[in-house]
Design a binder for this molecule. Structure first.
Ligand SMILES: C[S@@+](CC[C@H](N)C(=O)[O-])C[C@H]1O[C@@H](n2cnc3c(N)ncnc32)[C@H](O)[C@@H]1O
Length: 272
């Protein structure tokens, strides 16, 4: 489209960010995992209930002003929901993994919290039973197939404010490992889509960044490394597995630093 053809210059208003995001998600190898894939990670992820640089920084950035109720989407074992619950009247944690919700309920009881309720539901199912809350939050749970739909859902359930974290530079497996396995692909779509989609929705997002550093694997050893790589990339062929194992045996200490350094964008907006 040019000025010469009478339609005027192409501008950012012509870009369909929702479609672009969905295309990018597919190109980056984004896969919807079954809830059972997350069930088995509930105990590993529960370690962060004791705190981590990411969790501390996120809690510093969350603004609870004027909020009595919280909906935490993709709540996992309650890492964020349970930290905020003592300052709120009611908290709902939504997740499609029963294992994660069971862990959240157990941890809430162990802390004497009686205001936390689980909702077994996915990002994609109808949300008619999901209550509207003052604050709606989604932490590290936003690598969805359809970001446009996810943002509309979060926004619709929030009475005062939404905050979410989205990848800033999107990889979970180190680039050198992807190359070793011949699985190079574009990084996952990240926060820049979120900002553009919110602009289109008439929202005025604030942006911060949480630099959480390189997280070591939860447990040492080749099996843990292989499990984590398969969690992100899908099943490895026997040949790929052998290559990964040779890489691991060559330098287990290097392998122990397993992941890419992670940086998360913290995006928040007010309901006007
Ligand atoms: C990395 S964990 C984040 C947990 C917690 N919010 C945190 O920041 O520590 C991602 C969570 O999203 C959930 N999840 C992934 N896909 C989902 C989907 N389609 N619908 C609902 N929950 C989903 C997983 O079960 C998991 O508990």
């Amino acid at each position: 489209m040019t000025e010469a053809d009478g339609k005027g210059p192409e501008t950012i208003l012509d870009v369909d960010f929702g479609r672009l995001y969905r295309q990018h998600y597919a190109a980056s190898g984004g896969r919807e995992k079954p809830p059972e894939a997350w069930d088995v990670r509930a105990s590993d992820l529960s370690r962060e209930l004791e705190g981590s640089p990411y969790v501390e920084e996120l809690l510093r950035l969350v603004d609870l002003t004027g909020c009595r109720t919280l909906l935490d989407v993709g709540c996992g074992p309650g890492t964020i929901a349970l930290a905020l619950a003592p300052r709120l009247d009611r908290v709902w944690g939504l997740d499609y993994s029963r294992g994660m919700l069971d862990a959240m309920t157990r941890h809430a009881a162990a802390r004497g919290l009686t205001n936390v309720e689980p909702i077994l539901r996915s990002w994609e199912e109808p949300w008619d039973v999901v209550p509207a809350c003052d604050l709606v939050l989604a932490s590290r749970s936003t690598l969805v197939r359809d970001m446009e739909d996810a943002l509309a859902r979060l926004d619709a359930k929030a009475k005062r404010r939404v905050c979410l974290t989205s990848l800033a530079g999107g990889r979970f497996v180190r680039a050198d490992l992807l190359a070793l396995l011949g699985r190079e692909r574009p990084a996952y779509p990240d926060y820049i889509y979120v900002v553009n989609l919110l602009h289109r929705m008439g929202r005025h997002p604030r942006l911060d960044f949480i630099r959480a550093g390189r997280r070591p694997d939860e447990k040492p050893g080749f099996e843990q490394l292989a499990r984590r790589v398969e969690f992100s990339l899908g099943a490895l062929t026997p040949e790929e597995r052998a290559r990964l194992e040779a890489w691991y045996r060559e330098d287990p200490a290097r392998a122990g630093t397993g992941r890419e350094p992670s940086c998360w964008a913290f995006v928040s907006w007010e309901k006007e």
